[in-house]
Design a protein around this ligand. Structure first.
Ligand code: SAM
Length: 233
């Protein structure tokens, strides 16, 4: 990549903190970020440099919903952080007294010593100073073994296999307080969306909350790929 291209992109995107997914989006492999993103700068190194915005894996409406659900909640946990834009949404919404726990092993980097996804995530989340953030660089199942805090909001967006999402549900849902919520991402089909019926979160959410209707939980919001379930008081 030429220096001039990087410099001009950095100037162009200086005011754009993050880019959200544009709809319609028929595949999660080639998410569209519209004008806010030069595809040749896809590598997270360019986000770290500031030559492109941090890339969300959600829509603007989902971003606003995450912010809204974080409001007034004290202990917030996100499983699956990537470049940190959903974590940023939660931090933007939460109160100054809240703590946001971010769980991701950041294991997908081709050069673990550099790990620009992790570095970008730290930079993205630091753009909002609200409350406290605790980074946990582990797989969610390993982290669950030592977890002990009651949770107000849990966002599940890590391992998307049906087995992986079920494991997150089994490991973590017991920690959610009555009145607390679990938000699943990539968990429903929607107009112009990228999800397909074989997605792990869709299968799990349909099974638990539509077919089985497990006691003590109910769906309280569905928006684009998000499904929010609340533990009844
Ligand atoms: C779909 S991305 C998350 C997108 C992010 N929430 C957003 O909206 O911008 C999935 C992330 O989950 C992480 N991940 C995969 N398996 C995981 C696991 N078992 N525990 C925690 N994180 C995991 C990956 O490293 C990746 O960063």
């Amino acid at each position: 990549m030429k220096d001039a291209t990087i410099k001009s992109a950095a100037v162009k995107y200086a005011a754009v903190k993050y880019a959200v997914v544009q709809l319609p989006s028929t595949s999660d492999v080639a998410l569209d970020y519209g004008e806010a993103f030069v595809p040749s700068l896809r590598h997270p190194f360019y986000a770290f440099l500031g030559a492109r915005p941090f890339l969300a894996q959600h829509t603007a409406e989902e971003h606003a919903a995450l912010k809204k659900w974080a409001r007034g909640r004290s202990t917030i946990v996100e499983i699956g952080v990537a470049e940190g834009v959903s974590a940023l949404a939660l931090r933007e919404g939460m109160s100054a007294e809240a703590t946001l726990h971010l769980i991701d092993p950041f294991h997908l980097s081709r050069v673990p010593a550099l790990n620009f996804v992790k570095r970008s995530a730290h930079r993205a989340v630091a753009t909002c100073p609200r409350g406290k953030v605790v980074w946990i660089e582990k797989f969610s199942s390993d982290c669950a073994k030592q977890w002990h805090l009651p949770i107000d909001l849990l966002l599940i967006d890590g391992d998307h296999s049906e087995r992986g999402v079920r494991r997150d549900w089994d490991d973590w849902s017991g920690f959610v307080k009555p009145g607390g919520v679990v938000i699943f991402h990539d968990a429903r089909l929607f107009q112009g969306g990228w999800t397909t019926p074989d997605y792990g979160p869709i299968r799990l959410v349909d099974g638990l909350f539509r077919t089985q209707k497990i006691p003590g939980w109910s769906i309280v919001e569905e928006l684009h790929s998000l499904v929010v379930v609340e533990r009844r008081a």
